[in-house]
Design a protein around this ligand. Structure first.
Ligand code: IMP
Length: 194
């Protein structure tokens, strides 16, 4: 079994990835390798940020590793909140962040948006990227109690309910993160065959 460090301490994300990659890889968290640093995330794209995480871990710990970065892109806001999704209003308060998106979209007709995830993988010194996206639109007001972040205002194409009105199981089948993780998992399965 090969060790692979995931640049996160989010138990949910760790479990999700471990379940998909199965018994070939042991996924370790930042805590597991004793990394308690605030890893810099100063890039202007999801890809830059994901890469920063793996570059940091590789240079400091010399480990095979992967890291992800995600967010919401709203077309009429020129792709904002984008890499600023977690702190769009200047704080981590998601109520405020959602309010700001709704306010800035108030007089816009185009409400198309997407969630995106980019995963950076450093394996045997080689750099790989995996991406997932889900297209949809931003509604006028919040609906639903599930999920997190911008879920209450996002309806994926082909559905009539928000991510926050879906069960975790339903969302996790189609989400940007699920798509990116599936790609990573498929790649890891392939390379671990030999
Ligand atoms: P992270 O890179 O996965 O930590 O995501 C950064 C930010 O993007 C989060 O704090 C959320 O505001 C937003 N975000 C990412 N994924 C989702 C999602 O699946 N639903 C709602 N918001 C999300």
């Amino acid at each position: 079994m090969l060790d692979l460090v995931f640049a996160t301490n989010n138990a949910h994300k760790l479990e999700e990835v471990q379940a998909i990659v199965g018994d070939r890889f042991r996924i370790k968290s930042l805590d597991d390798i004793g990394c308690h640093d605030d890893i810099p995330e100063t890039g202007h794209t999801f890809r830059d940020n994901a890469r920063q995480k793996t570059d940091y871990l590789f240079s400091k710990y010399n480990v095979d590793c992967f890291g992800d970065d995600s967010g919401l892109e709203v077309d009429a806001l020129n792709g904002e909140p984008g890499v600023y999704s977690a702190r769009y209003s200047g704080s981590r308060d998601m109520e405020k962040n959602i309010d700001l998106v709704l306010e800035r979209l108030a007089r816009k007709e185009d409400r198309t948006a997407r969630f995106k995830t980019v995963i950076s993988l450093l394996l045997n010194g080689e750099q790989y990227f995996f991406e997932g996206a889900i297209e949809g639109r931003i509604i006028m007001e919040r609906r639903g109690e599930q999920g997190f972040g911008y879920d209450p205002i996002f309806i994926p194409d082909g559905y009539d309910k928000t991510f926050a009105e879906m069960s975790a199981e339903e969302k996790n089948k189609i989400s940007h993160r699920a798509v990116a993780v599936q790609q990573l998992a498929a790649f890891l399965k392939e390379v671990s065959k030999g």
